[in-house]
Design a protein around this ligand. Structure first.
Ligand code: NAD
Length: 266
Protein backbone atom coordinates (compact mmCIF):
# COMPACT_ATOMS: atom_id res chain seq x y z
CA UNK A 1 0.00 0.00 0.00
CA UNK A 2 1.19 3.50 -0.82
CA UNK A 3 1.31 5.35 2.51
CA UNK A 4 1.83 9.07 3.15
CA UNK A 5 2.46 10.64 6.55
CA UNK A 6 1.33 14.16 7.42
CA UNK A 7 3.27 15.70 10.31
CA UNK A 8 6.12 13.27 9.62
CA UNK A 9 8.58 15.33 11.65
CA UNK A 10 6.63 15.11 14.93
CA UNK A 11 7.29 12.66 17.77
CA UNK A 12 4.63 10.27 16.51
CA UNK A 13 5.34 11.18 12.86
CA UNK A 14 8.90 9.86 13.13
CA UNK A 15 7.69 6.64 14.80
CA UNK A 16 5.22 6.24 11.93
CA UNK A 17 7.92 6.77 9.29
CA UNK A 18 9.99 3.98 10.90
CA UNK A 19 7.02 1.58 11.10
CA UNK A 20 5.87 2.19 7.52
CA UNK A 21 9.43 1.62 6.22
CA UNK A 22 9.74 -1.54 8.35
CA UNK A 23 6.38 -3.09 7.35
CA UNK A 24 6.63 -5.25 4.23
CA UNK A 25 3.00 -4.51 3.25
CA UNK A 26 3.46 -0.74 3.13
CA UNK A 27 5.54 1.58 1.00
CA UNK A 28 6.28 5.12 2.17
CA UNK A 29 5.63 7.44 -0.76
CA UNK A 30 5.90 10.78 1.04
CA UNK A 31 5.69 12.90 4.12
CA UNK A 32 4.67 16.49 4.68
CA UNK A 33 5.29 19.07 7.36
CA UNK A 34 3.70 22.48 7.88
CA UNK A 35 4.80 25.34 5.63
CA UNK A 36 8.06 26.91 6.72
CA UNK A 37 9.20 23.91 8.78
CA UNK A 38 12.99 23.40 8.78
CA UNK A 39 12.56 19.74 7.74
CA UNK A 40 11.07 20.58 4.33
CA UNK A 41 13.38 19.39 1.55
CA UNK A 42 15.17 16.88 3.83
CA UNK A 43 15.24 13.16 3.00
CA UNK A 44 12.60 11.22 4.96
CA UNK A 45 14.79 8.12 5.43
CA UNK A 46 17.65 10.18 6.87
CA UNK A 47 15.12 11.92 9.18
CA UNK A 48 14.73 8.70 11.20
CA UNK A 49 18.35 7.52 10.92
CA UNK A 50 17.64 5.08 8.07
CA UNK A 51 19.24 4.92 4.62
CA UNK A 52 18.52 7.73 2.16
CA UNK A 53 15.20 7.03 0.37
CA UNK A 54 15.11 9.80 -2.24
CA UNK A 55 11.74 10.86 -0.80
CA UNK A 56 11.89 14.48 0.28
CA UNK A 57 9.70 15.95 3.03
CA UNK A 58 7.29 18.38 1.37
CA UNK A 59 4.45 20.70 2.31
CA UNK A 60 1.90 19.84 -0.39
CA UNK A 61 -0.70 17.84 1.54
CA UNK A 62 -3.21 18.00 -1.32
CA UNK A 63 -0.80 16.21 -3.66
CA UNK A 64 0.08 13.62 -1.01
CA UNK A 65 -3.61 12.78 -0.48
CA UNK A 66 -4.01 12.56 -4.28
CA UNK A 67 -1.19 10.04 -4.76
CA UNK A 68 -1.36 7.87 -1.63
CA UNK A 69 -3.73 4.95 -0.92
CA UNK A 70 -3.76 5.87 2.75
CA UNK A 71 -2.55 8.78 4.85
CA UNK A 72 -1.60 8.58 8.53
CA UNK A 73 -2.21 11.75 10.53
CA UNK A 74 -0.97 12.41 14.09
CA UNK A 75 -0.76 16.23 13.98
CA UNK A 76 -3.01 18.87 15.55
CA UNK A 77 -6.80 19.18 15.62
CA UNK A 78 -6.68 22.27 13.36
CA UNK A 79 -4.48 20.55 10.76
CA UNK A 80 -6.47 17.30 10.88
CA UNK A 81 -9.72 19.15 10.12
CA UNK A 82 -8.14 20.19 6.81
CA UNK A 83 -6.85 16.66 6.24
CA UNK A 84 -10.30 15.06 6.61
CA UNK A 85 -11.51 17.39 3.83
CA UNK A 86 -8.62 16.30 1.60
CA UNK A 87 -9.42 12.65 2.35
CA UNK A 88 -13.03 13.24 1.23
CA UNK A 89 -11.91 15.24 -1.85
CA UNK A 90 -9.57 12.48 -3.11
CA UNK A 91 -11.39 9.45 -1.57
CA UNK A 92 -8.15 8.61 0.22
CA UNK A 93 -8.24 6.50 3.37
CA UNK A 94 -7.16 8.32 6.53
CA UNK A 95 -5.80 6.90 9.78
CA UNK A 96 -6.47 9.68 12.27
CA UNK A 97 -4.65 9.59 15.61
CA UNK A 98 -4.80 13.29 16.48
CA UNK A 99 -6.59 14.04 19.77
CA UNK A 100 -8.29 17.12 21.19
CA UNK A 101 -11.33 17.51 18.91
CA UNK A 102 -14.54 19.15 20.09
CA UNK A 103 -17.86 17.39 19.55
CA UNK A 104 -18.78 19.57 16.52
CA UNK A 105 -15.41 18.82 14.94
CA UNK A 106 -15.96 15.09 15.36
CA UNK A 107 -19.21 15.53 13.46
CA UNK A 108 -17.25 17.13 10.62
CA UNK A 109 -14.87 14.14 10.58
CA UNK A 110 -17.88 11.82 10.39
CA UNK A 111 -19.34 13.84 7.52
CA UNK A 112 -16.10 13.47 5.55
CA UNK A 113 -16.16 9.74 6.30
CA UNK A 114 -19.16 9.36 4.00
CA UNK A 115 -16.70 9.80 1.11
CA UNK A 116 -13.52 8.21 2.49
CA UNK A 117 -12.51 5.57 4.99
CA UNK A 118 -11.53 7.29 8.25
CA UNK A 119 -10.20 5.18 11.12
CA UNK A 120 -10.21 7.43 14.18
CA UNK A 121 -8.91 6.40 17.58
CA UNK A 122 -7.49 8.29 20.55
CA UNK A 123 -5.33 5.25 21.31
CA UNK A 124 -3.97 3.11 18.49
CA UNK A 125 -2.21 0.60 20.74
CA UNK A 126 -3.41 -2.85 19.75
CA UNK A 127 -2.94 -4.11 23.30
CA UNK A 128 -4.98 -1.30 24.88
CA UNK A 129 -7.82 -1.79 22.38
CA UNK A 130 -7.77 -5.53 23.05
CA UNK A 131 -7.86 -4.79 26.78
CA UNK A 132 -10.94 -2.56 26.27
CA UNK A 133 -12.74 -5.25 24.27
CA UNK A 134 -11.89 -7.98 26.80
CA UNK A 135 -12.90 -5.72 29.71
CA UNK A 136 -16.37 -5.21 28.24
CA UNK A 137 -16.73 -8.94 27.67
CA UNK A 138 -15.49 -9.81 31.19
CA UNK A 139 -17.80 -7.23 32.79
CA UNK A 140 -20.84 -8.69 31.05
CA UNK A 141 -19.87 -12.28 31.90
CA UNK A 142 -18.84 -11.69 35.54
CA UNK A 143 -21.96 -10.32 37.27
CA UNK A 144 -22.17 -7.85 40.13
CA UNK A 145 -20.75 -10.28 42.73
CA UNK A 146 -17.42 -9.42 41.05
CA UNK A 147 -16.25 -5.97 42.20
CA UNK A 148 -14.49 -4.01 39.45
CA UNK A 149 -11.32 -2.04 40.27
CA UNK A 150 -9.04 -0.25 37.79
CA UNK A 151 -5.42 0.42 38.79
CA UNK A 152 -3.05 2.50 36.69
CA UNK A 153 0.58 3.63 36.98
CA UNK A 154 2.37 6.35 35.00
CA UNK A 155 5.62 8.35 35.14
CA UNK A 156 6.12 11.13 37.67
CA UNK A 157 5.44 13.90 35.09
CA UNK A 158 1.84 12.98 34.34
CA UNK A 159 -0.48 15.76 35.52
CA UNK A 160 -3.95 14.20 35.25
CA UNK A 161 -5.53 11.25 37.05
CA UNK A 162 -6.99 8.76 36.43
CA UNK A 163 -5.45 8.42 32.96
CA UNK A 164 -7.68 8.71 29.88
CA UNK A 165 -7.05 5.02 29.22
CA UNK A 166 -8.09 4.08 32.79
CA UNK A 167 -11.34 5.98 32.25
CA UNK A 168 -11.82 4.24 28.88
CA UNK A 169 -11.39 0.90 30.69
CA UNK A 170 -14.00 2.06 33.22
CA UNK A 171 -16.34 2.99 30.34
CA UNK A 172 -15.83 -0.44 28.75
CA UNK A 173 -16.57 -2.16 32.07
CA UNK A 174 -19.65 0.01 32.62
CA UNK A 175 -20.88 -0.79 29.11
CA UNK A 176 -20.44 -4.51 29.76
CA UNK A 177 -22.44 -4.17 33.00
CA UNK A 178 -25.06 -1.92 31.43
CA UNK A 179 -24.46 0.91 33.93
CA UNK A 180 -23.49 4.59 33.70
CA UNK A 181 -19.84 5.10 34.72
CA UNK A 182 -20.45 8.73 35.72
CA UNK A 183 -22.99 7.67 38.37
CA UNK A 184 -21.15 4.55 39.56
CA UNK A 185 -17.44 5.37 39.71
CA UNK A 186 -15.32 5.81 42.85
CA UNK A 187 -12.42 8.01 41.73
CA UNK A 188 -10.62 8.20 45.10
CA UNK A 189 -10.71 6.80 48.66
CA UNK A 190 -9.37 8.45 51.78
CA UNK A 191 -10.11 8.13 55.51
CA UNK A 192 -13.29 6.42 56.77
CA UNK A 193 -14.88 5.43 53.49
CA UNK A 194 -17.36 2.85 54.81
CA UNK A 195 -17.71 -0.53 53.10
CA UNK A 196 -17.44 -0.81 49.33
CA UNK A 197 -20.72 -0.14 47.53
CA UNK A 198 -21.75 -2.96 45.20
CA UNK A 199 -21.99 -2.27 41.45
CA UNK A 200 -19.43 0.56 41.61
CA UNK A 201 -16.23 0.78 39.58
CA UNK A 202 -13.21 1.89 41.62
CA UNK A 203 -10.07 3.65 40.39
CA UNK A 204 -6.61 3.78 41.97
CA UNK A 205 -3.65 5.77 40.68
CA UNK A 206 0.10 5.27 41.15
CA UNK A 207 2.79 7.70 39.96
CA UNK A 208 6.54 7.27 39.78
CA UNK A 209 9.74 7.16 37.75
CA UNK A 210 9.60 6.79 33.98
CA UNK A 211 6.73 4.28 33.73
CA UNK A 212 5.19 4.77 30.24
CA UNK A 213 1.76 3.44 31.23
CA UNK A 214 0.40 0.37 33.02
CA UNK A 215 -3.28 -0.52 33.46
CA UNK A 216 -4.93 -3.40 35.29
CA UNK A 217 -8.64 -4.09 35.58
CA UNK A 218 -9.66 -6.52 38.35
CA UNK A 219 -12.87 -8.45 38.78
CA UNK A 220 -12.86 -9.56 42.41
CA UNK A 221 -15.34 -12.06 43.91
CA UNK A 222 -15.22 -13.90 47.25
CA UNK A 223 -13.58 -16.99 45.79
CA UNK A 224 -11.53 -15.67 42.86
CA UNK A 225 -9.94 -12.66 41.24
CA UNK A 226 -9.72 -12.17 37.47
CA UNK A 227 -7.25 -9.57 36.16
CA UNK A 228 -6.36 -8.11 32.78
CA UNK A 229 -3.16 -6.06 32.51
CA UNK A 230 -1.54 -3.97 29.78
CA UNK A 231 1.98 -2.50 30.09
CA UNK A 232 3.19 0.04 27.53
CA UNK A 233 6.94 0.00 27.00
CA UNK A 234 7.26 2.76 24.39
CA UNK A 235 5.26 4.98 22.04
CA UNK A 236 6.01 2.82 19.00
CA UNK A 237 2.91 0.75 19.96
CA UNK A 238 0.70 3.58 18.62
CA UNK A 239 2.54 3.56 15.30
CA UNK A 240 2.33 -0.24 15.00
CA UNK A 241 -1.45 -0.06 15.54
CA UNK A 242 -1.86 2.82 13.07
CA UNK A 243 0.02 0.90 10.36
CA UNK A 244 -2.14 -2.16 11.06
CA UNK A 245 -5.22 0.04 10.63
CA UNK A 246 -3.78 1.42 7.37
CA UNK A 247 -3.39 -2.09 5.96
CA UNK A 248 -6.91 -3.02 7.17
CA UNK A 249 -8.47 -0.26 5.01
CA UNK A 250 -7.93 -2.29 1.84
CA UNK A 251 -11.28 -3.50 0.45
CA UNK A 252 -13.35 -1.60 3.04
CA UNK A 253 -16.17 0.82 2.14
CA UNK A 254 -16.01 4.53 3.10
CA UNK A 255 -17.14 5.10 6.68
CA UNK A 256 -16.13 6.21 10.16
CA UNK A 257 -14.28 3.37 11.89
CA UNK A 258 -12.37 2.77 15.13
CA UNK A 259 -9.71 0.31 16.26
CA UNK A 260 -12.60 -1.89 17.43
CA UNK A 261 -13.48 -2.41 13.77
CA UNK A 262 -9.84 -3.03 12.83
CA UNK A 263 -9.51 -5.66 15.57
CA UNK A 264 -12.89 -7.23 14.77
CA UNK A 265 -14.70 -6.34 18.02
CA UNK A 266 -17.73 -4.82 16.24
P1 NAD B 1 4.16 16.64 17.84
O1 NAD B 1 3.91 18.07 18.18
O2 NAD B 1 5.51 16.06 18.16
O3 NAD B 1 3.90 16.40 16.27
C1 NAD B 1 2.91 17.02 15.51
C2 NAD B 1 3.51 17.29 14.13
O4 NAD B 1 2.48 17.75 13.25
C3 NAD B 1 4.60 18.38 14.15
O5 NAD B 1 5.75 17.91 13.50
C4 NAD B 1 3.93 19.54 13.40
O6 NAD B 1 4.88 20.36 12.71
C5 NAD B 1 3.05 18.77 12.44
N1 NAD B 1 1.98 19.60 11.85
C6 NAD B 1 1.18 20.51 12.46
N2 NAD B 1 0.36 21.10 11.56
C7 NAD B 1 0.63 20.52 10.37
C8 NAD B 1 0.12 20.71 9.06
N3 NAD B 1 -0.84 21.60 8.80
N4 NAD B 1 0.63 19.95 8.05
C9 NAD B 1 1.60 19.05 8.29
N5 NAD B 1 2.15 18.84 9.52
C10 NAD B 1 1.67 19.58 10.54
O7 NAD B 1 3.01 15.81 18.57
P2 NAD B 1 2.92 14.22 18.84
O8 NAD B 1 3.38 13.92 20.23
O9 NAD B 1 3.54 13.49 17.71
O10 NAD B 1 1.34 14.02 18.84
C11 NAD B 1 0.56 14.37 17.72
C12 NAD B 1 -0.90 14.07 17.99
O11 NAD B 1 -1.08 12.65 18.14
C13 NAD B 1 -1.46 14.67 19.28
O12 NAD B 1 -2.80 15.08 19.06
C14 NAD B 1 -1.40 13.52 20.28
O13 NAD B 1 -2.31 13.64 21.34
C15 NAD B 1 -1.77 12.39 19.36
N6 NAD B 1 -1.40 11.03 19.81
C16 NAD B 1 -2.32 10.07 19.56
C17 NAD B 1 -2.03 8.75 19.87
C18 NAD B 1 -3.02 7.69 19.50
O14 NAD B 1 -2.77 6.50 19.72
N7 NAD B 1 -4.13 8.07 18.88
C19 NAD B 1 -0.80 8.41 20.48
C20 NAD B 1 0.11 9.44 20.72
C21 NAD B 1 -0.19 10.76 20.37
Amino acid sequence: MKVGIVGCGGRMGRMLVREVIKNKNTSLIGGVERSGDVLIGKDIGLLVGNDKMDVKIGNDSDNLFKTADVIIDFTTAAASLLHVELAAKHNTSLILGTTGFEESQIQKIKDCATKAIIVHSANFSIGVNLLLGLTEKAASTLKSEYDIEVVEMHHRHKVDAPSGTALAIGEAAAKGRGIDLGKNSIRERNGITGPRKTKTIGFATLRGGAVVGEHTVMFVADGERFELTHKAIDRSIFAVGAVRAAIWTQNIKPGYYSMNNVLGFN
